[in-house]
Design a protein around this ligand. Structure first.
Ligand code: ADE
Length: 246
């Protein structure tokens, strides 16, 4: 999977994404991260990429031309002369809120282009021309789009086959099945007077799985009642059967 990021701060993206697990995924050829400097595409002789807003208002706006030319260069690199359209994600608080389901959908693409805004935003005309998806990472405002793009790229990358060592772990973690992850314990068996739950030492895998599902449900109910409600609606048979047994 190839990520192409249009940004004014390519170093930020490279430093943020080329360490740890994603660094290994890049070296292993499972993903590639191409941070492209929008400034390299400006035709302004002073290398300017922003200007004042028509109609007045505070702050500067990123201009259409450098972004459009940067996009065209990336699109050509990906698709050559083929008339294919790669998804272009503009990270913005005005977008739909990112979640695991969106990450799963986006992980199916071969290439993704991200546009990171700065200053007071981007000239609307270039957004209309190139953007396919407007995505936010939450209801708060950051200084630029680099961190949100990195958050999304991290969440998407770990779903790409080969990126995580243990193929199981992408599936059992929080959200993948709509519930939060159960509590986990490592050695020692007792720490600060707190013991590891007996069932986890029993070696009975079926019982352990049952306990973990129960814990996931309890935790989700307590910490994210909104997610729990949704999960119950999506698993009505299991829940009804259990209630009948009681
Ligand atoms: N840019 C600034 N704030 C943002 C947010 N919350 N999500 C995505 N992009 C942003």
């Amino acid at each position: 999977m190839n990520f192409h990021i249009m940004t004014l701060f390519p170093e930020m993206i490279k430093q943020g994404l080329e360490t740890s697990i994603l660094g290994r995924a890049v070296s292993g050829g499972y993903i590639s991260i191409d941070a492209v400097n929008i400034r390299d595409y400006t035709v302004d002789k002073h290398k300017k990429v922003d200007d004042y807003t028509y109609g007045g208002g505070a702050g500067m706006l990123m201009q259409a031309q450098p972004i459009y030319d940067c996009y065209k260069a990336i699109e050509e690199k990906i698709n050559g002369t083929e008339n294919k359209k790669t998804k272009v994600i503009y990270v913005t608080p005005q977008g739909k809120v990112f979640n695991q389901q969106i990450a799963i959908e986006l992980a199916k693409e071969d290439d993704l282009i991200f546009l990171c805004g700065h200053y007071e935003g981007v000239d609307e005309r270039v957004l209309e021309e190139i953007v396919t998806d407007y995505i936010s990472i939450g209801d708060y405002v950051l200084t630029g789009g680099e961190l949100p793009a990195m958050v999304m790229i991290d969440a998407i990358s770990r779903l790409v086959p080969g990126v995580l060592n243990n193929s199981d772990s992408a599936e059992t973690e929080s959200f993948q099945d709509g519930l939060l992850e159960y509590p986990q314990y490592s050695r020692p068996e007792e720490w600060m007077g707190k013991k590891v739950p007996e069932i986890l030492l029993s070696g009975n895998h079926a019982k352990v799985d049952e306990w973990r599902l129960e814990q996931s449900k309890l935790r989700t109910m307590e910490r994210r009642p909104d997610l729990y409600e949704k999960w119950v609606l999506e698993h009505p048979v299991v829940e009804k059967k259990k209630r009948r047994k009681k």
